[in-house]
Design a protein around this ligand. Structure first.
Ligand SMILES: *Cc1c(COP(=O)(O)O)cnc(C)c1O
Length: 356
């Protein structure tokens, strides 16, 4: 029995289907499935176990990477921001966890570290995003220095795009990276989801898809079915109460929505403390009993209110889809002025999950 009718259903077969789709776009690449942020809200271990054929996993947390090793995950695991202190390096080596090196201090840490085993390293160049990465002018020297360190096993070169979702969004960064790494005998990795679907010239040896694996759109404005991606998470709840409004009556905090005609309202057990976006306005699509209806008034901490006026067969107990196969997470995100990325990764700990 569940005490509150809110549930995130995770469709494992959709996770697997989406990885197959990545392979259709990038048939000759190795795929580093990105599972940071609790696998974009889907559950780190469940996602890793759903992809026995992924070539590796990208994430941020060393603790979670070790958890995956202890759960029997054998593929390469890349810490996308590397380590934050030198003490973490021996642990990475012990568990066979690859580190990204994106700044000079991390090279010094590696040079001074005593490691129980050799370690794999991905060296990151800043090609224009100006967030993480060694400057182009220092890249060659840094790679040569790393290649000489006895503690290092395999090297891979990487960079990350700022505007891969735009038509001409990768040309400059790609050119600068290829020039800075010309002649280096190492595999390369550049492409996130948007580059995998939109820029085949960036594919190189390793792709790093995240969002498309979860069936949300890598290019805003285009639905995931454009690339035959299937939504993985369905966030569902039920109507727990009904209200009738007379013309002029208002709903919820701030009394931001007023009825112009007699209305029937459903109260849904899901609010911003569950990860539903507080800024979703009146009109945001909501699925009720298989119909499409709309959010009315402000999102509360634990509840939202929806329009049941035209839905005589819906009432207390009716199922509600906040997002999933009927209502795309990208649609809800667009209404709330954000991205599917934020909604999926913003799921909160009080939401129960079910995997099938
Ligand atoms: C998050 C991330 C990705 C995945 O990006 P998507 O847009 O979700 O495909 C790839 N590479 C790095 C370095 C990342 O941080």
């Amino acid at each position: 029995m569940m005490f509150r009718p809110l549930l995130a259903r995770i469709d494992i077969s959709a996770l697997q289907h989406n990885l197959q789709q990545v392979r259709r776009f990038a048939p000759n690449q190795k795929i580093l499935a990105v599972i940071k942020a609790n696998a974009y809200g889907h559950g780190t271990l469940a996602a890793a176990q759903a992809w026995p054929d992924a070539d590796g996993f990208g994430m941020l947390s060393l603790e979670e990477a070790i958890m995956l090793r202890q759960a029997g995950i054998r593929q390469p695991i890349v810490l996308l921001e590397g380590v934050f202190a030198p003490e973490a390096l021996p642990l990475c080596a012990e568990h066979g966890i690859t580190v990204v090196i994106h700044q000079a201090q991390q090279i010094e840490w590696l040079g001074r570290a005593w490691l129980p085993r050799k370690i794999d390293v991905w060296v990151k160049m800043n090609s224009g995003m100006n967030r993480l990465g060694l400057p182009a002018g220092e890249f060659q020297e840094a790679v040569e220095k790393l290649a000489k360190l006895p503690a290092i096993n395999h090297l891979t070169l990487m960079s990350h795009f700022a505007t891969a979702d735009e038509v001409d969004g990768v040309a400059m960064q790609l050119a600068d990276f290829m020039v800075a790494t010309a002649g280096m005998p190492y595999p390369r990795s550049l492409a996130n989801s948007a580059a995998i679907v939109g820029h085949p010239d960036t594919h190189a040896e390793w792709g790093r898809p995240g969002i498309m694996l979860y069936g949300a759109s890598p290019v805003s404005g285009r639905p995931p079915k454009h690339w035959d991606l299937r939504p993985v998470m369905t966030l569902e709840s039920r109507i727990i109460a009904e209200q009738r409004l007379a013309p002029g009556d208002a709903i919820g905090y701030g009394a931001t929505f007023h009825a112009d005609y007699p209305m029937r309202i459903g109260v849904v057990a899901c609010g911003y403390a569950d990860g539903y976006p507080r800024h979703a306005p009146t009109g945001t699509p909501v699925g009720v009993g298989g119909h499409r209806t709309r959010l009315l008034g402000r999102v509360s901490m634990d509840m939202i209110t929806v329009d049941l006026t035209g839905l005589p067969d819906c009432g207390i107990g009716s199922t509600v889809e906040l997002w999933g196969k009927q209502i795309g997470v990208d649609e809800v995100a667009a209404a709330a002025g954000t991205l599917g990325y934020e909604l999926l990764s913003g799921m909160t700990a009080r939401v129960p999950y079910s995997y099938l």
